[in-house]
Ligand binder design. Structure first.
Ligand code: NAI
Ligand code: MG
Length: 498
């Protein structure tokens, strides 16, 4: 108990000391890292024809974890060919047979949950309690859920003759590496498509572990292929002639490039891009509950969340008490080693992302915002950013308009519900929104007016495979999750009645 220290907090009375948590570091022994990882093509890990490799690091320590193959156009071509060849048989399998493979994958993710969670945290920097309690269980849940649909497509789309599209190219980001792989793979496979998946360059390792699970589940070779690399690898996949559909999650900027690239090719496209969600607290909101939702909404996964509640809109009468509660709560957030089971805010995913956050926060100060950060000691190595609140933010400030994708909350106020609607929708994005109020009728009134794909009421950042997720405007189009998530992977007879 030697390292349990007592500290006095200014926010609490001296007579009520705060007891620090003891270290509770998750062991990394369960993870067996290879020195090098090849590309997963045609059911085997193969050396890249490009001859190039890159390193993936642990952003909390800056230590190199492994070298990973960098797929060039030739490698991407081999992967697409493998997927095309595998498509012939896979698309004809009865849905109940495809479901068996998906159930196997889901069960294996559950069985190896701890290994997946530790590896996810090592490669990407998110707190172990999040990878353990959110990312990994939800990834398994997605495979279970879509396994259930595989033999019921005729019921999902009656009289519309659902048929697989063919070969899907899927490009995913670094904020939820395993979960995004599951969001992409599960519906594609359930509907009879084959896939070439490109993980993000800072977080390729859990997708590669998943490819091992896929091999052990005895999926026919080529049904799933994983090509690692950075932007150029993703671009080679998007540009490949023999891809039928692209599914992309990432920045709006790259989403626009992809849309331009495939315009006129007949390839199908879904885009899940950035966001600048409003979390709206009315004067009748249950404040303590709202504080938890607001904190979770912006500091979950260091704010590297496309649907993060990064703009807090507070009704004027409760601005002061809510701000005070938020500041108090911020003091209790534990920032540091992501492998510690008590850590709330882990490492920023990469140096580049840290620099982006720093630049936007500096602009917030320059433009007249008032910044608040709790005192906390940050580790010497690795990429870190203190949980941050901004008040005196106006709508024109960059921190109120641009996606920061970090642990930074911009707080604005409003007087009337109409003003809240106006401000919430005053953004090029439209991914999510949160409403905090005791009145059910107000929730419905607001939800109807939010131009956002997901609206949470008296909660935030709740995810469920049965519930569709996706955006409006510059947040993209297409839905993932739920019955709606099947549609982007199917050809449907337009003349059929449904
Ligand atoms: P990004 O959009 O560059 O990366 C996402 C994925 O796209 C990665 O796998 C990347 O290798 C790939 N990619 C990059 N250029 C490509 C191209 N030309 N063609 C095909 N694939 C390509 O995002 P980045 O640069 O890592 O992050 C920048 C900002 O984007 C973040 O600060 C954040 O605001 C936003 N972002 C949003 C995400 C979301 O979930 N909506 C996820 C990641 C980033
Ligand atoms: Mg990494």
């Amino acid at each position: 108990m030697a390292n349990i220290a007592k500290r006095a907090s200014s926010a609490l009375e001296e007579s009520q000391p705060v007891w620090e948590y003891a270290d509770a570091i998750e062991s990394t022994e369960i993870v067996k890292l290879e020195d090098r990882y090849g590309l997963f093509i045609g059911g085997e890990l193969v050396e890249p024809k490009s001859g190039r490799w890159f390193e993936t690091i642990n952003p909390a320590t800056e230590e190199t974890l492994a070298e990973v193959a960098e797929a060039g156009p030739e490698d991407v071509d081999l992967a697409v060919r493998a997927a095309r060849t595998a498509s012939t048989k896979w698309r004809k399998l009865p849905g109940s047979e495809r479901a068996k493979y998906l159930y196997r994958i889901a069960r294996q993710i559950q069985e190896r949950a701890r290994e997946f969670a530790v590896l996810e945290t090592m490669d990407g920097g998110k707190p172990i309690k999040e990878s353990r309690d959110v990312d990994v269980p939800l990834a398994a849940a997605h495979f279970f859920y879509y396994a259930g649909w595989a033999d019921k497509l005729e019921y999902a789309f009656p009289n519309r003759g659902p048929r697989p599209i063919g070969v899907a190219g899927q490009v995913i980001p670094w904020n939820f590496p395993l979960l995004m792989a599951a969001w992409k793979l599960a519906p594609a496979l359930a509907t009879g498509n084959t896939v070439v998946l490109k993980p993000a360059e800072t977080t390729p390792l859990t997708a590669l572990l998943l490819s091992q699970v896929i091999r052990e589940a005895e999926l026919p070779p080529g049904v799933v292929n994983v090509v690692t690399g950075a932007g150029p690898t993703g671009a080679a996949l998007v540009e490949h002639d023999d891809i039928d559909k692209i599914a992309f999650t990432g920045s709006t900027e790259v989403g626009k490039v992809i849309r331009r690239t495939i315009a006129g090719t007949g390839k199908r496209l879904t885009l899940e891009l950035g966001g600048k969600a409003a979390n709206i607290a009315f004067e009748d909101a249950p404040l303590d509950q709202a504080v938890e939702g607001i904190i979770n909404g912006i500091f979950f996964n260091q704010g590297h969340v496309c649907c993060a509640g990064s703009r807090l809109l507070v009704q004027e009468p409760v601005f002061e008490p809510l701000l005070e509660k938020l500041k108090d709560r911020l003091q209790t957030l534990r920032v540091g080693n992501p492998l510690d089971k008590n850590t709330d805010v882990g490492a920023i995913n990469s140096r580049a992302q840290l620099e982006k956050i720093q630049e936007l926060v500096a602009s917030g100060v320059d433009e007249g915002g008032e910044m608040y950060q709790p005192e906390c000691v940050l580790p010497e190595r690795g990429f870190w950013f203190r949980p941050t609140l901004f008040t005196k933010v106006s709508q024109s400030h960059r921190i109120a308009r641009e996606e920061i994708f970090g642990p930074v909350l911009s707080i604005l106020t409003f007087r009337t519900p109409a003003e809240a609607v106006e401000k919430a929708n005053n953004t090029p994005y439209g991914l999510s929104a949160g409403i905090w109020t005791e009145k059910g009728s107000r929730i419905l009134w607001m939800a109807e007016r939010m131009k956002a794909g997901v609206v949470w009421a008296n909660t935030f950042n709740r995810f469920d495979p049965t519930s569709p997720f996706g955006g409006y405007k510059e947040s993209g189009f297409g839905r993932e999750g739920g019955l709606q998530g099947l549609e982007p992977y199917l050809d449907l007879d337009p003349n059929g009645s449904s």
